[in-house]
Design a protein around this ligand. Structure first.
Ligand code: PDD
Length: 277
């Protein structure tokens, strides 16, 4: 496998970082996960825009322009002869330097990106998944796609230990998002989701969910909902680059409506299918 390292391509096994690396020691970096269908990127521009937004927010200087990164990422797929479904993981850290909390001077960012195969989870997409609820204990800048993922990791692990797919996070009783996806409630034919504030990651698939809803004439309300509202939901679903648009059929062991993916969710999934696959 060939990976992108800084702005060059190299064999995966030749990549070496010193042990004093800011991503490793401080989680001092940002990242993206980009989906590929049939050898082509989905939402590439949206992901690149968000990467630059995240990097700017934490003052990491990226070694390329948006256009240059687009070309580098396309070359990455060519070099690996990617023709099927896959994902690219890209991260940019503040670089390698003796361990000191303050920024090192004149040290370039460490950037790498690699591609791995990822097939669609058709079973879950068709039948839906279970979730748990967890208090959202993250910081106030969740719009930055930061490498600091400890709360997300702990929440998703707890979901797994309950036989569930995701953890729905809530702050003061209001649902923000999931540990690695955005979440939506459907009631009386309308969609409700947390507004795109600093308290959630502004998902690239979320942008599409809003567009699909507009196209289908389904009201898309950027209005939060509470954990109690979940009991009254007709449907619940989540979205992310790896999960696509995924029906949620249970929360904390209680089924949503009749426990089957709902009509609105299925309509949105059909739009996604047309747009992406
Ligand atoms: N996660 N919210 C959080 C906290 C996320 O980590 C993600 C993505 C999303 C959805 O964003 P998008 O639609 O752009 O994928 C929302 C990626 C897939 C991950 O960390 O693996």
């Amino acid at each position: 496998p060939i990976i992108l390292s800084q702005t060059k391509f190299t064999h995966r096994d030749t990549l070496q970082y010193p042990y004093e690396e800011r991503g490793l020691q401080f989680g001092d970096g940002v990242y993206e996960v980009i989906r590929i269908y049939n050898g082509k990127y989905y939402l590439l521009e949206e992901h690149i825009n968000r990467l630059f937004r995240s990097a700017e927010a934490v003052k990491i200087a990226l070694p390329f322009t948006k256009d240059e990164l687009t070309n580098l990422l396309n070359t990455l797929l060519q070099k690996n002869e990617v023709e099927t479904d896959a994902k690219v993981y890209l991260q940019a850290t503040r670089g390698s330097a003796p361990r000191e909390h303050t920024f090192p001077e004149d040290v370039p960012a460490n950037v790498y990106a690699y591609v791995t195969a990822l097939s669609r989870n058709l079973e879950f997409l068709k039948n839906g998944v279970g979730t748990i609820t967890k208090r959202d204990v993250r910081w106030e800048n969740c719009y930055i796609k930061s490498l600091n993922l400890l709360p997300n990791v702990l929440a998703k692990q707890e979901a797994k230990e309950h036989g569930c797919y995701e953890a729905i996070l809530h702050k003061d009783g209001f649902v923000t998002e999931c540990s690695s996806s955005n979440v939506y409630l459907v009631r009386n034919g309308e969609i409700f989701t947390h507004p795109a504030t600093n308290n959630i990651l502004h998902g690239c698939v979320r942008i599409r969910v809003e567009q699909f809803a507009k196209k289908l004439g389904i009201p898309f309300n950027e209005e939060g909902f509470s954990v109690e509202d979940i009991a009254l939901a007709d449907e619940l679903f989540l979205s992310s680059s790896t999960s696509e648009i995924m029906p949620i059929i249970s929360v904390d062991g209680k089924t949503i409506a009749d426990g089957k993916p709902g009509a609105t969710t299925k309509q949105l999934q059909a739009e996604y299918e047309k747009d992406a696959v």
